[in-house]
Design a protein. Sequence first.
Length: 435
Amino acid sequence: MPEEAQGLKRTLGPLMLWGLGVGYVISGMYFGWNLGLEQGGTLGLAISTLFIIVMYVTFTFGYTELACAIPKAGGAFDYAHKALGQRWGFLAGMAQNIEFIFAPPAIAAAMGAYFNLFVPSVPVTAVAVISYLVFTGLNIYGVRAAATFELIITILAVLELLIFAGVTLPHFEYQNLTLNALPNGFKGAFAAIPFAIWFFLAIEGVANVAEETINPQKNVLIGFGSAILTLVVLCILTFLSSVGVGGWEAVVYPEPGAAASDSPLPLALRQVVGEGHFLFHLLITVGLIGLLASFHGIILAAGRATFEFGRVGFAPTFLGNVHKKFRTPSNALIFNMLIGLVALGTGKTGEIITIACFGALTLYIVSMISLFALRRKEPGLHRPFKVPFYPFFPAIALVIATVALLAMTLYNPWLALIYLGMLVVAYLYFHFFIK
């Protein structure tokens, strides 16, 4: 196929990139993060979230430098490949693929659970599978249509979070933040790290559409910067307005002694307006849209990451082909969907989230090492944007990501072994059959 036919179509502007960046992440505001309260309490999760915010802000500046200098669909894979060579490039690419492929099944399960609240007769798994088919098809149809849809539902999801905060903050009481604030001691802050990461997981997916962005050297910076600012504000607002109405236990346990729920916003809102109020039902409805925004957006980013892996020959080359009519990575999208459906069938949502976080932290570590290596190796590389306060910002991101990865390994040893096993098997395939 001619090289021109293998390229992706440039159609995205800064507003679309903001919609994608926020949309990738926003489901993390709606579900899952409150399980970190069970581990660390208000103070423990707050401490871990503060460090993770610092990590993501400093990481985003560094990653934006890489994305503007090397605007390729492979994201971290392309940066590590250029800076550190084939082996590190493969490691970064596999970590990225694991993050982006394993996050959607967890979100799909939550979508099915939300929908089941409205129509109990429809099985959770059926909703998740249908969602995979529909939104994989939308991404195959065209990136502009997919990004436009993502922008619309992201705006709705952001508005709903602001409405939620507007309803609950008048009932905020500071003493609710101090109730049993550190139930497991400071070690609980380390155990809560995956759930703090869930607030921001996958924002780096903006870099994976750089090749489809108009004037990427300028617009990627605007998209990344505006997205991380929006998400930090929403994270703090959602955390305080949820926990502040009744303490952390009220947004973890539906009833005393019940199993932990991963839907904190409905639990907080029902304390204020009750389950029969229209605002409660509005939150459930738009909450589903928030999940949909991340599900659809990460599918989009995952397709680009897998596509680049195939295009350069680090995976079966059919994954690097684009659809002849729509100029989208259709084979990569379908391949990712099939793996996601297998993961979905395990029913292990929490474990899938943690594995995705392992992939994300590996990606962050290798990307920051790549940034340092490229600054030394290719000082003349055209960098339309340079990370401020170099080398401190990338160093801070690198240190926090490394500590977080070690802490997650300590508290999730079996999942760490599973994740490591994926990397080892993939590398052996690469070493003996591709490299």
